[in-house]
Design a protein around this ligand. Structure first.
Ligand SMILES: [Mg+2]
Length: 120
């Protein structure tokens, strides 16, 4: 069973994403802030990370940079989940090291397609 780590500060969003990833067959781990997420990325070695970008404290771009700088977690695919939609802001997610992004709000179908693309 593939493992997914969801890093998301909004409790309701974390709940929804957890259920959606379970429906896609993942064993789900969660973190509600960047620091915890960076730690779990190297500790749990997930096959996929969903990364919220807007979080208080360490934001998703900084958390992504840290995950990429750690040999234990540097190759894990990261999908950014973000309310940002300007091209420059989305490019910053990619520059930070995310493989791709999905703009909130998104449907279950859109999420499934993005994840399929990442594993293709
Ligand atoms: Mg957030």
């Amino acid at each position: 069973m593939k493992k997914a780590l969801i890093i998301e500060d909004h409790p309701d969003m974390l709940d929804v994403l957890s259920r959606q990833l379970e429906m896609l067959g993942f064993a789900v781990f969660t973190a509600s802030n960047g620091e915890d997420g960076v730690e779990k990325a190297s500790g749990e070695k997930p096959d996929l990370i969903l990364m919220d970008i807007m979080m208080p404290g360490m934001d998703g771009r900084e958390a992504t940079r840290r995950i990429r700088s750690n040999p234990m977690s540097k190759d894990i695919p990261i999908l950014a989940t973000t309310v940002l939609f300007r091209e420059s802001e989305l490019n910053q997610c990619i520059e930070a090291g995310c493989n791709d992004y999905i703009v909130k709000p998104f449907t279950f179908e859109e999420l499934r397609e993005k994840i399929q693309e990442i594993f293709r």
